[in-house]
Ligand binder design. Structure first.
Ligand SMILES: [Zn+2]
Length: 141
């Protein structure tokens, strides 16, 4: 009798673990990319904007738009990458990019980057997570 109870308990545990979303291991795999940047005169070139945008699963114009606002400087996309019309040191740039990922890319519920933005409206935008189904609204940029 005791044996039967034990087996059932273990089965329950197994089921409980199987139902948990596949967490932490995958979560920690994701790394916010670092900008490969270069100051040229009064401009800053971000050479790997394509990679950053790929990691974020956002159009690079979205990142350009965000940085335009955050850095209060015009940002354009060129054949060489992204060009910021200001001198921006690598630390500042990476801090901004990190904030973009934390606010708009990484799901605040499950920590995965599998999100999309939808329905920008009156200064707000919805973040929808394709991994865990979370849906929340944040201030837009
Ligand atoms: Zn999620």
């Amino acid at each position: 009798m005791l044996y039967v109870i034990k087996v059932n308990y273990e089965q329950l545990l197994d089921r409980a673990f199987a139902e948990l979303p596949s967490l932490s291991a995958e979560k920690s795999d994701f790394q916010i990319p670092l900008a490969d940047s270069l100051v040229q005169g009064n401009k800053t070139i971000v050479k790997n904007i394509d990679q950053i945008a790929d990691k974020a699963r956002r159009d690079k114009s979205e990142i350009a738009k965000y940085l335009t606002r955050e850095l209060a400087a015009p940002v354009s996309l060129t054949a060489h990458g992204m060009e910021i019309s200001a001198k921006v040191n690598a630390n500042t740039l990476n801090e901004k990019i990190k904030r973009f990922f934390v606010a708009y890319v990484i799901c605040k519920e499950c920590g995965k980057p599998d999100t999309r933005m939808e329905g920008r409206d009156r200064g707000y935008v919805n973040i929808i997570c394709e991994a865990c189904g979370a849906r929340y609204t944040v201030k837009s940029y």
